[in-house]
Design a protein around this ligand. Structure first.
Ligand SMILES: Cc1ncc(COP(=O)(O)O)c(C=O)c1O
Length: 389
């Protein structure tokens, strides 16, 4: 009775169904290997935890934090962008701390769009994008990401009269693990500027890159009309602390600050201090985090190929996106798989229409568990295919 149209438009999450299936597997005595959610299993950097512990003993952190109190984190974010990407931003006007990239995106959309505006967003995509679009009362138009184009969008195929208010991209990508180079962002930013479209780049996997590959920043294409969202959840394993930052176009950042001013009082100062310390840590820390996920990738991908699955070797992120031979209903498949084998994956359909036929593995367990998951997939194969509905 009290749900607004806006609330009603937020799509249901399939993860609840997966969680219930995992519960049934446990109740049936199976040891569950949960690879469904990209929540890091690694501890945050000790220096960041120490900063938080110390902050809890500092009475100055008990009050509401003001914008001026966010200066150290804004400066650390600007220094990180300069050090890592060679991008110069003004910490006073072009950076804003977030309570996670997910919070930032939802409020950014409210800040830079009006109800009924068009948002171009990838299909498949991180599911909360659709919820954020619904909460901002936007018309969400899917931009296909297909394997034959390296899961990059074909912007030339977008109808010329569409006039989206914003284009949302995310590379390294969740769920496909695809990557984009600097030239791609230059083209995307030029495409957006020609249409009066804001380019929003969601960049939580900036440091989780493998081998010699390093991910670029969309801000390398210039700050005008571009906003990038960064997260401390993945590289720094601070997901539960809810902290990140937005950087880019000063007008969009100012609009975001106005909306957030009506909603929150910034993160607890202790969490800001932990994030400030984390962003200042040597880049070797990001490399070590990436190596953990690279080793897991190397345990899983060959094992899946042995099962006859079509899997690209990801160059980044914490996911493996796999097309399952002959799969037509990824949700039914993933639920059945969880119940029969205890291996919990994300069905590709959870990420959009074009995710159908795929499943996503989150590399959130050690290599030995990933090998065990692949072994169970192999054993369960004939049963599963026979029981798909
Ligand atoms: C593409 C993408 N954006 C945002 C997030 C959430 O980031 P945060 O924890 O900073 O809100 C995730 C988490 O999985 C993600 O995959």
């Amino acid at each position: 009775m009290w749900a607004s149209q806006r609330a009603g438009a937020v799509p249901d999450s399939i993860f609840g169904r997966m969680n219930a299936a995992a519960g049934r597997a446990r109740a049936a005595g199976l040891e569950v290997i949960d690879l469904s959610i990209g929540s890091s299993d690694q501890p945050p950097p000790e220096a960041a935890l120490a900063a938080l512990r110390e902050a809890t003993r500092d009475p100055d952190t008990y009050r509401y934090p003001l914008f001026s109190d966010t200066a150290p984190l804004r400066e650390a974010a600007a220094a990180y962008l300069a050090r890592r990407f060679g991008v110069t931003v003004d910490p006073d006007t072009e950076v804003l701390p977030l309570i996670g990239a997910q919070e930032g995106l939802a409020h950014l959309l409210m800040a830079v769009t009006d109800p009924g505006d068009t948002l171009l967003l990838p299909d498949p995509c991180y599911p909360p994008y659709l919820g954020a679009a619904a909460v901002a009362s936007l018309r969400a138009v899917p931009l296909p990401l297909r394997s034959e184009h390296g899961f990059l969008p074909d912007l030339d195929a977008v109808p010329g009269d569409l006039a989206p208010r914003a284009l949302l991209l995310n590379y390294p990508n969740n769920p496909t693990s695809a990557v984009a180079d600097g030239a791609f962002f230059t083209r995307a930013a030029a495409w957006c500027r020609a249409r009066g479209t804001l380019l929003i780049h969601d960049h939580p996997y900036a440091e989780l890159t493998f081998g010699g590959y390093r991910a670029p920043s969309a801000l390398g294409a210039g700050l005008e009309g571009v906003v990038e969202l960064h997260s401390l959840s993945k590289t720094h394993h601070l997901g539960g602390f809810r902290v990140g930052f937005a950087a880019g176009d000063a007008g969009a950042i100012a609009a975001l600050a106005r909306v957030k001013g009506a909603v929150d009082f910034h993160a607890y100062l202790g969490i800001q201090r932990a994030a400030t310390v984390a962003l200042g840590l040597p880049d070797a820390l990001g490399r070590a985090a990436a190596q953990t996920f690279e080793e897991r990738r190397d345990a899983l991908v060959p094992a899946l190929r042995e099962l006859g699955w079509e899997v690209a070797t990801p160059q980044a992120s914490m996911y493996v996106w796999a097309r399952v031979p002959g799969l037509e209903d990824s949700v039914a498949y993933a639920v059945r798989l969880a119940e029969d084998t205890g291996v919990v994956l994300s069905p590709g359909r959870a990420f959009g229409m074009l995710g159908e036929g795929f499943v996503r593995f989150a590399l959130v367990q050690p290599p030995i568990q990933l090998a065990e998951a692949a072994r169970r997939l192999g054993q369960g194969r004939s049963v599963r295919h026979g029981r798909q509905s």
